[in-house]
Design a protein around this ligand. Structure first.
Ligand SMILES: [Zn+2]
Length: 332
């Protein structure tokens, strides 16, 4: 069972509900990507199925636990977009509903996890609504979502909602350092990784496995300074960023501006991205030349763009980047 140190509050909440017989038929687990919500949902299913829980945890030994660990518990249904598709289709939801109408094979609960729930198209969501409105005894539906706002309100309102927040930096840092990957690669970069992922530890771990990342963000820094020195044209640079992960780039920019603001307030020891002496030196001279007002305006611009991207709104990448780079140049 995978339960992360930052999920204790949510875990205890569900256990408490179960003890008092107040478990809902449907849950919505939501929060940033990279917080382990799906693992949490599976862990809770394991706990619900386990025939001999030990304290607050499934035993890990009984038939149910074994079946779940092997990924083939007959009473756990996992609905995800089918291969090569980004959408959860109505047929998948219908087959789930008919499954829910049959008795559990192991004689207990039937649990379905839908992840990511926002991948359901409208028809699928409407079909699910029927199941939500007329829940079958001993069934539980868990929707896992990073974008709960894009789910129909009629669905959200029928779920018990559980929010997952990023852990404290210290907890996230500690957990990351405990993971068995090459520490040397990223030990000095844990804060950067967390900064780039909004403190989502699993996403940070994912990025840590991508050794290119640190190189990529060093290049971003170089390019941004080239822009300020008029060594490269914003439109040309935008065309070179076609493959860039825009959400990641926005997070990077937000951290960078945050760092520049910290430097202006003589708080450079708290910088996330500008953490080595070299980059700090360059950044200091830059920070002195840009007004706080302008930094905040640019910050809002990036934040707004990130919000649109997270909502999945389709944007013209070239135009967005041109606009961003031109605004960056105008900071000076
Ligand atoms: Zn068990």
């Amino acid at each position: 069972m995978k339960l992360y140190p930052w999920q204790q509050k949510q875990w205890q909440h569900l256990l408490q509900r179960r003890r008092s017989g107040q478990l809902a038929h449907a849950f919505l687990f939501y929060g940033l990507e990279g917080l382990g919500k799906l693992d949490f949902a599976r862990a809770f299913a394991e706990f619900m199925f386990c025939v001999a829980p030990v304290g607050d945890h499934p035993c890990g030994q009984c038939r149910s636990c074994r079946l779940l660990q092997a990924g083939n518990h007959p009473d756990l249904l996992l609905l995800q977009p089918e291969e090569k598709s980004k959408v959860i289709k109505i047929d998948q939801v219908r087959s789930l509903s008919s499954d829910f109408n049959q008795t559990a094979q192991q004689g207990g609960y039937k649990i379905a996890i839908i992840a990511p729930a926002e991948a359901m198209n409208l028809a699928a969501a409407n079909a699910l609504l029927k199941t939500l409105e007329e829940p079958t005894e001993d069934t539980m539906l868990i929707l896992v979502s990073t974008k709960p706002q894009s789910l129909p309100a009629t669905i959200r309102s029928r779920c018990q909602i559980l929010a997952f927040l990023p852990p404290d930096k210290a907890v996230a840092r500690q957990w990351l350092l405990e993971q068995s990957i090459d520490r040397a690669v990223y030990e000095g970069n844990v804060d950067i990784l967390l900064g780039l992922t909004g403190d989502a530890p699993l996403k940070a771990l994912d990025l840590a496995g991508n050794t290119n990342l640190l190189l990529v963000q060093q290049n971003w820094m170089v390019d941004l300074f080239k822009l300020l020195n008029s060594e490269i044209d914003p439109i040309v640079l935008a065309s070179q960023y076609k493959e860039t992960d825009l959400i990641l780039f926005c997070t990077y920019l937000l951290n960078l501006i945050g760092d520049l603001l910290k430097i202006r307030s003589a708080l450079s020891q708290y910088c996330v991205i500008l953490s080595n002496e070299n980059s700090l030196k360059v950044a200091r001279s830059l920070a002195e030349r840009i007004s706080t007002d302008k930094l905040f305006t640019f910050f809002d611009k990036v934040l707004n763009l990130e919000k649109h991207l997270l909502l999945g709104i389709n944007l013209n990448k070239q135009l967005v980047l041109e606009d961003l780079f031109i605004a960056w140049v105008r900071l000076l």
